[in-house]
Design a protein around this ligand. Structure first.
Ligand code: UDP
Length: 338
């Protein structure tokens, strides 16, 4: 990997704790770190993560899964003590879950991060905190840059609970770094997609691919003119591992995302064309999916100059390749179930 920044002492294998390690992104990160010779403990409560995601790793000598909750101090603290670096990915997943279970979302996002940081401070460990492009809220100045000002929707609309909880996580992490010298790095993921992702929590690409494979209508929310920039999970985890290794990243916030901006309607058309599916896009009002008073983000595109300048990182995998890999993984999991 091209790493321009000053490197930490990562020529030696390290011990990592990946919270949410059995999740979609976590499992890819575990895989990458193991392939680079590191040891990995994954902590996951298997609520949205699954053992199927880490099946290929289960016999790896340097891998271990601990099933437990990120909010339990008695579980988190000894694991943090055991490792060199923590990548804190565990969080509530997907807009749908957030709208339906706001209490659980807020509790696990905020209390989980607090436990990780407290333990990291006590034991002097490095923490990489996963945040989200949700924190850009209703931002209209596209692309979104890490130090942009932010406008969130009102507290009466559940969707913004996720953004607010992730902002609080970021404030906490940066405060631990400033006040106690805990080495932290914050990264904001933008629409991460790829193999092993499930549509169960509302994410658009796996839903469209599964619908196209079943020759069902593709459910486009709203008028489909809202845009997103998708980034393949295999590129995203390469960026996360690069940030873990780069001393210059400490105390800072980084966007991780793709460069191509695409409307959701175009995405639906791209999926059906590429998979040669007879499915058609249909427009579904937001109120039908998320209930009344739902705010969507109209555009969401990352400014990637900071991560480029610090790591020399670029996403390499095209949306086309991602759609192929995702459809293959959805086919396999459907076969596994039947
Ligand atoms: N979306 C859609 N159909 C679906 C699922 C999602 O049109 O079946 C839309 C969703 O309303 C949003 C975009 O696709 O405008 C991206 O949704 P996702 O939940 O994947 O990510 P996020 O909203 O966090 O960007």
């Amino acid at each position: 990997m091209t790493t321009k920044g000053r490197k930490d002492t990562f020529e030696e294998p390290r011990n990592f704790l990946i919270t949410g390690g059995a999740g979609f992104i976590g499992s890819h990160l575990c895989e990458l770190l193991l392939s680079r010779g590191h040891s990995v403990v994954a902590l996951d409560d298997l609520s949205t993560g699954s053992t199927a995601n880490i099946k290929a790793l289960s016999n790896h000598q340097e891998f271990r899964l601990v099933e437990g909750s990120i909010v339990e101090e008695s579980i988190v603290t000894p694991l943090v003590e055991e490792v060199d670096v923590v990548v804190h990915l565990a969080a509530a997943v997907g807009v749908r879950l957030i709208v339906e279970q706001p209490v659980q979302t807020l509790e696990s996002n905020v209390l989980g991060t607090f436990q990780v940081l407290k333990a990291a401070r006590i034991h002097g460990k490095k923490v990489l905190l996963a945040s989200s492009s949700e924190v850009y809220g209703e931002g209209t100045r596209v692309p979104f840059s890490e130090d942009d000002r932010v406008v969130l929707g009102p507290t009466s609309r559940n969707r913004w609970a996720y953004a607010a909880s992730k902002m609080l996580d970021e404030f906490l992490a940066l405060a631990y770094c400033r006040e106690f010298g805990t080495p932290v790095v914050v990264f904001r993921l933008f629409n991460t997609v790829g193999p092993r992702q499930t549509g169960e929590y509302g994410m658009v690409l796996p839903r469209f691919v599964a619908q196209a494979l079943r020759s069902e209508d593709l459910t486009v929310h709203g008028d489909g003119t809202q845009t997103r920039s998708f980034c393949d999970v295999r590129d995203a985890v390469r960026a996360i591992s690069g940030l873990a290794e780069t001393a210059e990243a400490v105390g800072r916030v980084f966007n991780i995302g793709g460069t191509e901006e695409i409307t959701i309607l175009e995405l639906a058309q791209r999926v059906t064309r590429q998979l040669a599916s007879s499915s058609k896009p249909v427009l579904v009002p937001y109120s039908q999916v998320y209930g009344p008073d739902f705010d969507d983000m109209l555009r969401r595109q990352p400014d990637l100059s900071r991560i480029r300048a610090t790591l020399g990182w670029e996403a390499r995998i095209s949306l086309e390749e991602t759609i192929d890999a995702l459809s293959e993984s959805i086919r396999q999991s459907q076969q596994g179930r039947s």
